[in-house]
Every structure is written in structure tokens, then in C-alpha cells.
Design a protein around this ligand. Structure first.
Ligand code: ADP
Ligand code: MG
Length: 324
């Protein structure tokens, strides 16, 4: 306990009311919220996969973001990290710092949080509740069979580079959220949805276990995130910018050049970027067709370091979000 804590009785009633009593329960949770730590049963011969992400007001979401969206996104970004490892999510913890115990805010926050938790059958098993500037830290846990985790370090020269979904829509959503752009009300909603409620690509990540040589989820922008794969795999890439998957909405409001810039540098897409060896490409394409998933080949892994962009003249304004 520290002085910054909310009043104990209130703290415990917050935990009881908004967290303990709202989470779904799983058979593999021997002990959840209420003790000094949780006790979790990991299936035998599986590797525990653990990821932590923090959301801070003004940094990770604009000041005016709805509590529902904050709750949803805090969990979504963590599940997206597990997806990028090819893991199956099972549990999560929540460290919540609140400026005040606002019941209607908590109500909406937990609704967003638990709506997504339900989609993936993940249980809240513990956390911490403190008083201070609004910040949300979630730790998501899951598992993956040994040797099947998708790492950033496995890309090989000649592998094809793929992305799921479309790129840049969340970036457009951020402009709308900040009041810097206005689209039609339908399109406003669409891009705000991409920004505030990204759907973690857990199913795709698991399907990629036996296909992809590397994977990453797109949080900081394709250019920056692909670079992490390339650096860790000690390779380079050629990206054909004409093949970047762009939504109808993005193309409607941005020039072809700006649309490419958004797709390459805007963050918050939470799609997956991954590499597929040539020998497995046909089987991979059949698999995603059967699973009705939308993935696009945007380039190829090369031996020369760095990213070569084709179909693009000019320079990129930023190369992804940098905290420091
Ligand atoms: P301790 O002082 O031992 O850290 P706490 O008073 O912080 O215990 O928490 C009591 C119980 O409530 C613990 O089981 C903890 O995991 C859980 N808990 C606290 N805050 C949250 C939260 N925001 N979400 C879920 N569980 C929480
Ligand atoms: Mg505690």
C-alpha cells in the first residue's frame, strides 16, 4: 500500500464490482482475483507467452477517447502481440491508475474491456488499482507449442512479405479524432473504429505457425515495424508500394502518394506483417482462402539491408512513432 492508493474500502469495492464479478471464468484458472497472485494451469508441453503494453492518455489515445474504447484497445493491443507470436491467449492482468473513481467511466471501460475478452475467451486473473494520471497496463498470457512461435528473427532471403487487412485507416482515424480532418459521417465512424477498436489477428497468427518464418504486429507503422523484422533477421526488403492494401475510404480522401505514406508510416493498424517462404506460398494462399482471410503480398526479402521502396518517389515524413 502507498499513499497514492485510493481509499482501501473503495479500492476493494472497485475491484469486486468492476473486475472480479465481471470477468468470465476458465477451468484452467486455479485461483484468480483476490489473493496475492493468481495460479494458472498451463497445458503440458506448451510454452507460456507473455506480453505487456501500457496505454497512457495523450500518448496512446487522444484526451477525448471514450472509456469503452480505452478498455477495448488496452486489451486489443496486448492480444495483438500474442497474435504476432502465433499464441493462443488465455488470461490477462490489469494495472489501472485512475485520477478518480468515476463509476460511469469504470462502467464503460469494463464494458469495452470485457466485450473483447469474451470474444477471445480470456479471463482477467489479477491486477493493481492505484490513483494517479490515467494509465492502463495490461499483461496478456497465452501459449504456443514449442518451435512454433512466430519470431521477428526468422525471415530468409527470397521469402515473400505479406500483410493482413488494409493499412493506414487507423492513421486517418487519428486525424479525425484530433479534429484535423472531417470525412462523411459514415467514413468518420469507419476510420475511428479502426483506430479505437482494432480486432487482434489471433486466428491468423495461429494459422501462420506452420507457414511464416517471421511475424510482427503493426503498431508503429509498416515501415518501422517491418524494419524490426529485417534488423533481427539480418536481411533487407523490397516493397512494391503499388501493392500496399489500401481501403476504399483511404483512397477516397487521400492522394495516391499520401495514401501510401499513411500505409507506410501511420501507426495503430494492428494488422500482421509476416514472411512466407516461396516453397510454402501456394499452400499458404490456399489456407488463407479457405479461412477467408485477407492477406496481400507487398514485397520480398532481400539480402541487401534496409527497405527499398518501388512505385514511390519522395521521402517518408516520419519512420514510425518514437517515444524518446
Ligand atoms: P496486493 O496489495 O497484495 O498487491 P491488491 O490490494 O493490490 O493486493 O489487490 C487485491 C487483489 O485484487 C489481487 O488479487 C489483485 O490481483 C486484484 N486486483 C487489484 N486490482 C485489480 C484490477 N484492476 N483488475 C483485476 N484484479 C485486480
Ligand atoms: Mg497490488
Amino acid at each position: 500500500m502507498t499513499l497514492e492508493k485510493v481509499i482501501p474500502t473503495k479500492e476493494f469495492s472497485i475491484i469486486e464490482t468492476y473486475f472480479k464479478n465481471k470477468t468470465l471464468t476458465r477451468d484452467d484458472v486455479e485461483l484468480g482475483i483476490g489473493d496475492d497472485a493468481a495460479l494458472l494451469r498451463l497445458p503440458s508441453a506448451q510454452l507460456l507467452v507473455l506480453s505487456t503494453d501500457t496505454l497512457i492518455k495523450g500518448v496512446h489515445f487522444p484526451e477525448n477517447t471514450a472509456a469503452y474504447d480505452i478498455g477495448y484497445k488496452a486489451l486489443a493491443v496486448n492480444l495483438s502481440d500474442l497474435a504476432a507470436m502465433g499464441a493462443l491467449p488465455a488470461w490477462f492482468s490489469l494495472a489501472l491508475t485512475l485520477p478518480l473513481a468515476d463509476t460511469s467511466w469504470l462502467q464503460d471501460f469494463t464494458q469495452g474491456l470485457f466485450n473483447l475478452a469474451k470474444e477471445f475467451n480470456v479471463q482477467l486473473v489479477g491486477g493493481d488499482t492505484t490513483r494517479g494520471a490515467l494509465s492502463i497496463t495490461i499483461q496478456a498470457l497465452g501459449w504456443v507449442p514449442p518451435h512454433q512461435a512466430l519470431r521477428r528473427s526468422g525471415a530468409k532471403v527470397g521469402d515473400k512479405i505479406y500483410v493482413s487487412g488494409t493499412m493506414g485507416d487507423a492513421g486517418l482515424g487519428l486525424q479525425v479524432a484530433l479534429g484535423k480532418m472531417t470525412l462523411s459521417s459514415k467514413d468518420n465512424q469507419l476510420v475511428l473504429n479502426r483506430l479505437n477498436q482494432p480486432f487482434p489477428k489471433v486466428k491468423l497468427g495461429m494459422l501462420l505457425r506452420t507457414f511464416a518464418t517471421s511475424a510482427i504486429d503493426l503498431s508503429d507503422g509498416l515501415y518501422a515495424d517491418l524494419n524490426h523484422i529485417l534488423t533481427q533477421s539480418q536481411v533487407g526488403a523490397e516493397i512494391n508500394t503499388d501493392n500496399l492494401p489500401l481501403s476504399v475510404t483511404l483512397k477516397k480522401y487521400l492522394s495516391p502518394q499520401d495514401a501510401k505514406i499513411y500505409a507506410l508510416t501511420a501507426g495503430d493498424d494492428y494488422e500482421l506483417c509476416f514472411t512466407i517462404p516461396l516453397a510454402k506460398e501456394i499452400e499458404f494462399l490456399q489456407m488463407i482462402q479457405t479461412a477467408q482471410m485477407n492477406c496481400t503480398c507487398i514485397g520480398e526479402v532481400k539480402s541487401e539491408p534496409g527497405i527499398q521502396l518501388t512505385g514511390f518517389i519522395g521521402s517518408l515524413p516520419t519512420q514510425g512513432y518514437q517515444h524518446f
